[in-house]
Design a binder for this molecule. Structure first.
Ligand code: ADP
Length: 164
């Protein structure tokens, strides 16, 4: 059974992430979407919230499982017996960083292959940071995230505004 891990922050999940999930689920027997529990990052959504949003959006994909993990991605990949890690490539700016990570991961866990899927042309500009940036100014994010995610993002910013 070929197991792949798609790790990321997914804060929040975007149409670009979902495109990568849908495409990679077709390539593997099992795809594990791993939400990184990075406590140092000032995240908009908690890890549990991010996991449950992705679960809801991928419920029609039977071979996709959504989990969270702490610490080194390679260690988590080894633990779940993943032999491939999926990363999305948008622009050349992603490449240098991703290459460095892929090569250092290979040293740690030589059996792990990194597979890069190129972004769909429609989503090449799209990142979670862009979503947060637009939403924080009350901008339209309907082209960036699925409809069910919009009120959740907006709610976070209205809560934030009330606090400040
Ligand atoms: P980001 O905050 O940039 O969206 P993540 O850590 O959530 O970053 O991204 C997880 C993975 O998904 C990374 O490999 C990233 O390159 C990829 N990814 C993010 N957005 C897109 C997109 N629009 N198209 C293709 N891949 C993407």
């Amino acid at each position: 059974m070929k197991i792949a891990l798609y790790p990321g922050s997914f804060d929040p999940v975007t149409n670009g992430h979902l495109d990568i999930i849908t495409r990679s689920a077709k390539l593997f027997d099992r795809l594990v979407v791993g939400v990184l529990n990075n406590s140092q990052k000032n995240a908009l959504f908690s890890v549990d919230e991010r996991v449950s949003m992705i679960k809801e959006l991928t419920q029609e994909l039977p071979n996709v499982e959504v989990t969270s993990f702490d610490g080194l991605m390679v260690e988590y990949a080894r633990k779940i017996h993943a032999t491939c890690v999926i990363r999305g490539l948008r622009a050349v700016t992603d490449f240098e960083y991703e290459l460095q990570i892929a090569q250092s991961n290979k040293i740690q866990y030589p059996e792990l292959e990194t597979i890069f899927l190129t972004t769909d042309l429609h989503y090449s500009y799209l990142s979670s940071t862009i979503v947060r940036e637009f939403a924080s100014y009350g901008g339209d994010i309907s082209k960036f995230v699925p409809a069910s995610i919009i009120p959740k993002v907006m709610e976070k910013y209205s809560i934030k505004k009330k606090e400040s």
